[in-house]
Write a protein that binds this ligand. Structure first.
Ligand code: MIG
Length: 808
């Protein structure tokens, strides 16, 4: 049933694909206050305004019901938006945007009150079907496409997980989850997870487009034809959403309202995580963690790869090497470290194994087209594969996590969930495997891209149910749009190459622009042998990833922080201590992401969409809006170009202020990654303490890089870091602001607002970049302060607001 490729690219197909048939004349058959339904060429088309800046378009071919149900979409109950549909049914006008519908032929486009137009159908091709031809009888219906006009001023980003650079203009993007060969190079297209979401920027104004289909998809972004973009699916109805923006933040906020946002993680999840395939015995794991403590390298979580299981049977423990898992979890708890275990979808076929027999007896596995159990080989040998589209399967899978949770496992790592099978070579389930799902049987080809997402969902729901007082921790390799509400995503089997350190930067930025705010790549690289310099540079970058984990394959050189000798160990320790200090800032960004969908690690263009120089800033990024990071991604290199966007930015180590926009050459020797702080913006930090596990630390430091420049501010978010009391108001927000001019610095620290009271007595204000002052007044009185070098430290009492005035 393998389908033809939508957009010609490589060579000429041997059989000419049937021509695309655009829709012809349409007639309005129904109008509501927010929608228009049209009928044309035996197809039904519906255009609906869901919010002032959000429209949905559905194309339903012959025999396809008008049905928008989707595993990607989190929100379906949109309140009726204020809109006007004109009498002819050719426009839907909301308070912010307009959908225009031409009837002869049917063409749809969007715009706003400023005259800006976006996502406008190509006049010649528009929307339609690519019929399969008389010799192909296909249960999926004809592939559908929509062609939009491309204007030369438009730039494309997003598209989820990719190997290439930040900008996607003139590219072709395939969405079909695979376990790609470990050499992730630019020649790869689709990878483990699929997010058919596009962020477009045209003359500084953003809009977005999301195609909601679990079939194989393709985007042609002005590749085949420089005047057009095409969005195609292999079958089923074509449903797409258009976001009016006009800022990237607003597009992302709406897109993540539609598909969901990350949940607030347990705070320990923001720490450093160590993994390796594989730590082979419980003793080895405890030894490893002790080593972290004795070397004073921060660590919050350790991972067990497939070797902890009994013959790779999921939800079991190997009796010989992990005989007392509860004792292991307990030892780690004493050391302040969480345990995360891998879970694969393949269930070993074994009559003595309850997970298998209960799944089989309850009819929860995928079937062949002819109705027998579908089987293939993965790590455990011959396996059956849970049909996660079935809610009963997900519940059963959730419950199975008890074997891990009951002994004290804190988090679940979902791997191989594209899904990947080994025979005849690594690939995925055949197209015609049957998913009986929730009553409506589907072929694998129809739900393929959802498999990993639904597995992660089952893990997430299992943690919620089995451990209701704690926040879930789930990491998943595969997913679809909306995965962010069930799991964080890591990018799979990268390699210990400098090129992959570089690639991680655009990769994570595009994931962030695609709704995945909580992401990370394996620090140090998974495959191949790393070097001390590579792991050090990668850690200097990795501490700014939302998910900060070092992981490597069994057949590679170990890459724990001390694996390369004392010199590198010291540098890696310092970097990880910096990560530890940044936790209050990062936690604030996680809370923002959970509320607005804003990426934590974000491209410069997210903040400066009108500055086209940011579109090619692939290998630098922002963390929140206060930090700019430009990692070194070449060996033996200490200098690199950094683009500094507008505003004043202060080099973290030298204190030198740079006024952007500017191109600068940063000096970044090992141990001093090129980090710039937004001038006068207070950044909340924990103290650099010997690390004994995650906790709210005393004192809290507000670090400000002071410069004669625009003023800055930031609002810290804090709560208990675990549990759900924050949903009852047990959180606190503290606003801090700083201005500096004419030799006078004013810092205002608000009193914390909200019911959460941090267990802390002291606050420190650390101002960098100033001479010894004449006077420091705290709330009008002489303050408690000291000065050395270019650094002023002011000691304050916690719990109240303060006004600090520094006079030069
Ligand atoms: O076939 O569990 O991406 O992180 O260490 C390889 C072993 C299976 C792939 C994951 C990797 C993990 C490895 N897994």
């Amino acid at each position: 049933m393998r389908r033809s490729t939508h957009f010609a690219q490589f060579g000429v197909p041997t059989v000419a694909p049937p021509p695309f048939q655009p829709l012809g004349r349409a007639e309005v058959v129904e109008r509501t206050t927010t929608s228009v339904r049209l009928r044309c060429d035996r197809a039904t088309v519906e255009v609906t305004a869901l919010a002032a800046d959000l429209f949905r378009v559905g194309l339903f071919g012959e025999g396809q019901p008008v049905d928008y149900r989707s595993h990607a979409v989190a929100k379906t109950d949109w309140p009726v938006v204020h809109a006007t549909v004109d009498a002819s049914g050719t426009s839907i006008v909301t308070d912010e945007c307009t959908a225009r519908i031409a009837l002869e032929p049917l063409r749809i486009g969007f715009g706003d009150a400023t005259g800006r137009q976006f996502a406008v159908d190509d006049q010649q091709l528009g929307m339609g079907f690519a019929p399969l031809g008389p010799d192909l009888l296909d249960p999926l219906g004809a592939p559908a496409r929509v062609y939009k006009q491309h204007t030369r001023t438009t730039h494309y980003f997003g598209c989820g997980e990719r190997t290439g650079g930040l900008e996607k203009t003139a590219s072709r993007q395939v969405f079909w989850n695979v376990d790609p060969p470990s050499q992730h190079t630019a020649s790869l297209n689709n990878m483990y997870t699929s997010v058919p979401f596009l962020l477009a920027i045209d003359k500084g104004q953003a809009w977005g487009l999301f195609v909601d289909s679990s079939y194989r998809l393709e985007f042609d972004l002005a590749n085949e034809d420089p005047a057009r973009c095409g969005f195609g699916i292999d079958g089923g109805p074509l449903i797409y959403y258009v976001f009016g923006g006009p800022t990237p933040a607003k597009v992302l906020e709406r897109y993540t309202e539609l598909t969901g946002r990350i949940w607030l993680p347990p705070r320990w999840a923001l720490g450093y995580h160590q993994s390796r395939w594989g730590y082979r015995t419980a003793d080895e794991v405890v030894e490893l963690v002790r080593e972290f403590r004795s070397r004073d390298v921060p660590l919050d979580a350790v991972y067990l790869d497939i070797d902890y299981m009994d013959g790779y049977r999921v939800f079991t423990w190997d009796k010989k090497h992990f005989g007392d898992a509860a004792a292991l979890a307990n030892d780690l708890r004493t050391l302040g470290v969480k345990l995360v275990t891998i879970v694969d979808p393949g269930v070993k076929i074994d009559e003595q194994y309850e997970v298998y027999t209960s799944g089989r007896d309850n009819d929860l596995f995928c079937k062949t087209f002819h109705g027998s159990e579908y089987r293939n080989v993965v790590w455990p040998g011959m396996c059956a594969f849970p049909d996660f589209t079935n809610p009963r399967t997900r519940e059963w899978w959730s419950d199975n996590h008890r074997a891990l949770i009951d002994v004290g496992v804190a988090g679940i790592w979902c791997d191989m969930n594209e899904p990947t099978v080994f025979v005849p070579t690594p690939h995925t389930l055949p197209d015609d495997v049957a998913h009986h799902g929730d009553g409506e049987a589907k072929l694998h080809v129809q739900v393929h891209n959802l498999y990993g997402q639904l597995m992660a969902r089952a893990a997430h729901e299992g943690l919620r149910k089995l451990r209701p007082d704690q926040r879930p921790f789930v990491i998943s390799r595969s997913g679809f749009a909306g995965l962010q509400r069930w799991a964080l995503h890591w990018t799979g089997d990268n390699s210990s190459w400098w090129e992959h350190l570089w690639m991680s930067m655009p990769q994570l930025q595009n994931l962030g622009l695609s709704g995945y705010a909580w992401v990370g790549v394996d620090i140090g690289g998974f495959s191949g042998d790393a070097t001390g310099e590579l792991v050090t540079r990668w850690t200097e970058f990795g501490i700014f990833q939302p998910f900060c984990r070092n992981h490597s394959a069994w057949d590679t050189r170990p890459q724990e922080p001390w694996a390369f000798g004392e010199q590198y160990e010291g540098l890696i320790r310092s970097a990880l201590q910096m990560r530890q200090r940044l936790v209050p800032y990062l936690y604030t960004l996680f809370e923002e992401a959970s509320r607005t969908g804003a990426p934590i690690l974000r491209p410069l263009l997210f903040e400066f969409p009108d500055d086209e120089a940011t579109y090619s800033a692939d290998d630098e990024f922002m963390v929140g809006d206060a930090l700019l990071v430009a990692p070194i991604a070449r060996p033996g290199t200490e200098y690199r170009h950094v683009y500094i966007p507008r505003g004043t930015w202060v080099h973290w180590w030298s204190g030198e202020a740079v006024r952007g926009p500017a191109h600068v050459l940063a000096h970044a020797p090992l141990g001093q990654p090129a980090v710039y702080a937004r001038a006068n913006t207070p950044v909340p930090l924990w103290p650099a303490l010997a690390y004994e596990g995650e906790r709210a630390a005393d004192p809290l430091t507000w670090l400000i890089h002071v410069a004669e420049a625009e003023s800055g501010e930031l609002t810290l978010y804090e709560d208990a870091g675990e549990g759900y009391a924050y949903q009852q108001g047990e959180f606190a927000r503290t606003r801090a602001a700083c201005s500096a001019s004419g030799g006078r610095i004013d810092v205002r620290l608000g009193a914390p607002t909200g019911a959460y009271v941090a267990d802390r007595k002291r606050i420190e204000l650390e101002l960098r970049g100033i001479e010894k002052p004449r006077d420091v007044l705290v709330d009008g009185q002489a303050g408690d302060w000291e000065h050395d070098g270019a650094r002023l430290l002011v000691r304050l009492a916690a719990g109240a607001g303060h006004e600090v005035v520094v006079e030069a």
